[in-house]
Unconditional design. Structure first.
Length: 246
């Protein structure tokens, strides 16, 4: 079955499911809300801190933007898809799906593709909307490529690990804490930051930091970011398949 056919079949169902769920219905707008808060809130705070304490907060803008956009944005879309997976597990929709003409591989491909497209596209909206840094197409493009695989990785993490929405909420909190760990790498001495590379979300953040600093030789980091996250995603996908067939 073609992916376009799967989209036409499942997308309207997903939209209705998201609308009915009070949590996921507002979560999808969270990245836009964060960008607006940053746009209107950060510059006045920066000016105030500079005036009173002579501390320039602009040097920490890469940390702020990397956390909220490179880290949080794909996590949000991954969580939304992940909660849809949990709903379908609870309703035994996934069990029924296995006797329909739609192959399970096509369903999983759809679930992986949607958050990638949403994350990739929204990057070109969030950075200009936040308006903290000059618009740089190459920086946003490469950062979006590096960050997009985070979303399906998160979605399949929910489907593979959590048994229900209660566990999903707990997992979401844990992921939020883990996402903060790569931030420490920004302040680590040269060489030591690679120790944080075991966390997949470190690599897309590193890509953005390098591009922000004007480094043009970032392709290796982009490849590692995409490749490592796809590897972890495939592991979660295998676990997800096992869960479905239990």
């Amino acid at each position: 079955m073609k992916l376009s056919t799967v989209f036409r079949s499942l997308a309207p169902i997903d939209i209705r499911s998201i609308r009915r769920d009070s949590m996921t219905s507002w979560m999808i707008f969270l990245p836009i809300l964060m960008a607006l808060v940053i746009r209107w809130g950060v510059p006045p705070i920066t000016a105030r801190v500079m005036e009173q304490y002579n501390v320039d907060l602009t040097q920490y803008y890469p940390v702020l933007l990397a956390y909220f956009f490179i880290g949080m944005c794909p996590m949000v879309f991954g969580a939304v898809i992940g909660f849809l997976l949990l709903d379908e597990k609870d309703d035994r929709t996934l069990t029924a799906l296995q006797v329909t003409p739609l192959p399970l591989s096509g369903y999983v491909l759809y679930r992986v593709t949607v958050p990638i497209l949403l994350t990739f596209g929204l990057m070109f909206v969030l950075f200009p909307l936040a308006n903290l840094t000059p618009f740089d197409l190459r920086t946003i493009l490469l950062s979006a490529i590096a960050a997009a695989p985070t979303a399906p990785m998160m979605a399949l993490l929910f489907g593979a690990i959590a048994q229900n929405k209660v566990q999903g909420f707990a997992l979401l909190k844990l992921i939020g804490i883990i996402l903060m760990v790569p931030i420490v790498a920004y302040f680590a001495p040269a060489g030591w930051e690679l120790l944080f590379g075991i966390i997949p979300t470190y690599w897309p953040m590193k890509v953005y930091w390098l591009l922000y600093a004007g480094d043009t030789n970032v392709w290796l980091y982009v490849v590692v970011a995409v490749g490592y996250q796809l590897l972890v995603t495939s592991l979660f996908a295998r676990r997800f398949y096992k869960v479905l067939h239990q």
